[in-house]
Design a protein around this ligand. Structure first.
Ligand code: SF4
Length: 351
């Protein structure tokens, strides 16, 4: 039986690098888009030969800055996706975008080719902060893009960053109140982490201490009008990102493009893969079950207690830590307190 596979497609180009960014992307104002599209299409064909024309419930164009893609490049890739796989009408097709890289005409062309969900990198609602982060756009451009997408009836998500130097709990409460006014149905709020080999990594910034960061995190759930459904993601029920939810639930997915990792499932064997066939190695069912616990426990619903998952869990530890994790008949999930020490929980939880 052929299993559905979600597709993650990486677009590794940006206009310039943001000061905090450690994602796989290069600053390039004029990439070789023809080569990019041809490489992506040959990867898609490779996986279609391996898996057959399987059903694809979600496609996610992530980056980098996918909204930089010229319309004809996007068209070539989408045509290839449709040739290679079974894309039903209800397939969720997400494009990550940066304000200032996509206008009304380009967005409507992308929509006519299948995009039905737009993720917008807003990051801050303060122009000084945007400059500090090294973003190329201002607040007005971000709000304009959200309005454009709202007018096109797209499902929308907006990304924000909190925990900047000099921010305190009140800054996060203010941010949540401002976000609430936008009436979005999905937002992601990420804590600013300083990575080596980024401009911020070399700047010796005075970051909020761990206790303040934890209070900021708790302040989000108290002040944002959307409920948390994953560590950093908040949505009106029914408006969650299906692509990410599927992956966190442990469904198979193909990673297309350099730097994109996937987990494919062929003839009852799980494989770790990367790009076309740079990496294609079987992984044991036990290992895959552990991965499901790692991702499932990040979600508020938790990890589904299938037999393979149950075999990896230390239920004695679960019984002794009801303040950190909770069991219901089908799922094991963290409590709010547990969320703050998620990494430690995972280490202790797995046998
Ligand atoms: S736009 Fe996104 S991927 Fe590109 S440099 Fe900025 S944070 Fe990184």
């Amino acid at each position: 039986m052929a299993f559905s596979h979600n597709i993650y497609m990486h677009v590794p180009f940006c206009m310039s690098k943001c000061n905090y960014c450690a994602f796989y992307s290069t600053a390039c104002s004029n990439p070789d888009w023809e080569k990019y599209a041809n490489d992506i299409c040959s990867e898609l064909k490779f996986w279609s030969r391996k898996l057959g024309k399987v059903n694809v419930p979600t496609v996610f164009f992530g980056g980098g800055t996918p909204s930089l893609m010229p319309v004809n490049v996007f068209e070539q890739i989408m045509n290839c996706v449709r040739e290679c796989f079974c894309i039903k009408e209800n397939c969720e097709i997400t494009l990550e975008s940066n304000p200032g890289t996509i206008d009304k005409d380009k967005l409507s062309e992308f929509v006519s080719m299948g995009i039905n969900r737009l993720s917008v990198g807003v990051q801050s609602l303060n122009d000084t902060e945007l400059k500090f982060l090294g973003r190329r756009h201002n607040v007005k451009q971000a709000l304009n893009l959200l309005t454009l997408a709202q007018n096109m009836n797209l499902r929308i998500s907006a990304d924000f960053i909190y925990g900047l130097p000099n921010q305190n709990v009140q800054s996060v409460i203010d941010l949540c109140n401002d976000i609430n006014k936008l009436e979005l149905k999905h937002v992601s709020l990420y804590e600013l982490t300083i990575e080596k080999n980024t401009p911020f990594g070399k700047m010796n910034l005075k970051m909020p201490d761990n206790e303040t960061m934890a209070d900021m995190y708790l302040a989000i759930s108290d002040n944002l009008s959307l409920p948390r459904y994953e560590v950093s993601n908040y949505a009106k029920p029914g408006c969650e990102c299906r692509h990410n939810q599927n992956i966190w639930d442990g469904e198979p997915y193909i990673g297309i493009g350099r730097g994109a990792a996937g987990r494919v499932f062929i003839d009852n064997v799980w494989y770790e893969q990367n790009g076309a066939n740079e990496l294609f190695e079987p992984i044991s069912n036990e290992m895959r079950a552990v991965e499901k616990i790692l991702t499932g426990m990040r979600t508020m619903r938790g990890v589904k207690l299938t037999d393979d998952v149950k075999n990896q869990i230390n239920f004695d530890w679960v019984d002794l830590h009801k303040d950190l994790v909770e069991l219901n008949s089908e799922y094991l999930h963290t409590t709010t307190r547990g969320l703050l020490v998620l990494d430690d929980i995972i280490t202790d939880l797995i046998k």
